[in-house]
Ligand binder design. Structure first.
Ligand code: SF4
Length: 374
């Protein structure tokens, strides 16, 4: 806790806010890429403490939110099959598919289990050799290495009843897509620090140069966020657009070589659909042909899935930073965490969930003294 408290220090937060105020001479729009950062920002009221003109736009970095509806429906179809044990992180159970969720499948007799690691699913497979055990492998560059490790272990140990439904996504192509949108207002990025702790920073300089946009690698505590904002704003005011690492306690330029090697062994880069956004070229991973026998899509032949998004849900606009969650007409009325229309309302990193948890009654101004940061 001591280590965390150092990054929540009110005195230091005041100093960083003063620096940001002093630096700003005109309006800027910054995107925090990661849903974990969004939750810190909304929980602490950081967006309301910033000087007028500095706007934070919430990005697409919530792994649960961007998992395509088609993959959710495939998970539901597999989980409902007799003889299958379907393992998933808890976040995914309430994510609405076209006509139900994994909780519903479980209530209807499906063996759906919450696990805390893909290795838990692997253990369940060894304990149940007469059952098919499927792990729902979703997420960004942070969750992909342990999932890759589980598949690698299954192959190495000959655990043939283990497979993975894979829907992994990569952040740099998403940044590229955000900047390429004609509606884009983003002028600077707070890059997701945990992603860079795995992948390093080598993919970012080309993006920063091509889009002429500063990218600052940022952590998740309040002071991390404020320091990231300060560095982006300073670059913008100076007309710079470089990659800067404001999270050196976790991120090295080369990332984590062992994790990267595991990713390269098990996965290959592919185009991926992002829920609410559409297909982004080369923005994801799938299992490489060497691991085909552990690919649940291949094993269960789930094809011809007809999907249907609820018309009222505007999570695609939320994920692209075009709409704030509480500007959605269904927010807090037809759509709540108990009765969600979109994944962004149920994920622990979802922007709609953050607004519902911390700002349900609208957007009150947070008095400086009342903020939990300062
Ligand atoms: S509030 Fe609900 S309906 Fe609106 S965008 Fe968010 S998840 Fe979708």
């Amino acid at each position: 806790m001591k280590y965390l408290a150092e990054f929540q220090n009110p005195e230091l937060a005041r100093g960083l806010l003063d620096d940001i105020r002093a630096a700003v001479t005109r309006p800027w729009a910054l995107m925090e890429v990661c849903g974990g950062q969004t939750h810190t920002i909304i929980r602490q009221g950081i967006d309301q403490l910033l000087p007028d003109g500095v706007e934070l736009i919430h990005g697409p970095g919530c792994p649960v939110c961007v998992t395509p509806l088609e993959v959710i429906d495939k998970a539901l179809a597999i989980a409902a099959r007799p003889g299958v044990i379907f393992c998933s992180f808890g976040d995914m159970l309430r994510v609405p598919g076209t006509d139900r969720d994994l909780f519903r499948v479980r209530s209807e007799g499906g063996d759906v289990r919450v696990v805390y690691s893909p290795l838990d699913a692997l253990r369940i497979a060894t304990e149940n050799p007469d059952r098919e055990v499927v792990f729902f492998g979703i997420g960004f560059e942070t969750t992909a290495p342990p999932n890759a490790m589980a598949v690698h272990q299954a192959r190495k140990r000959g655990i043939r009843n283990f497979s993975m439904l894979v829907s992994h996504v990569r952040v740099p192509p998403a940044i590229d897509a955000v900047m390429g949108s004609p509606d884009c207002r983003v002028q600077g990025f707070l890059a997701a620090g945990h992603v860079c702790s795995v992948m390093g920073t080598s993919e970012y300089p080309e993006l920063a140069a091509r889009h002429r946009v500063p990218i600052v690698v940022t952590g998740f505590e309040p002071l991390d966020i404020l320091e990231g904002i300060r560095r982006v704003v300073r670059q913008l005011e100076r007309g710079e657009h470089t990659v800067d690492n404001a999270y050196p306690r976790a991120v090295r330029p080369e990332g984590n070589p062992a994790a990267r090697a595991m990713l390269a062994d098990v996965f290959e880069v592919t185009d991926r659909a992002w829920r609410g956004i559409g297909t982004i070229p080369l923005s994801g991973w799938r299992l490489s042909p060497r691991y085909r026998e552990h690919d649940a899509e291949h094993r269960f032949d789930v094809v011809d899935i007809a999907t249907r998004e609820p018309a009222a849900c505007r999570s695609g606009e939320v994920l692209q930073g075009l709409l704030k969650p509480n500007q959605c007409e269904a927010f807090g009325t037809d759509c709540t965490p108990r009765s969600p229309l979109g994944a962004t309302m149920v994920s622990s990193e979802g922007a709609c969930a953050a607004y519902y948890l911390y700002r349900r009654l609208g957007t009150p101004t947070t008095p400086l003294e009342a903020s939990s940061v300062v």
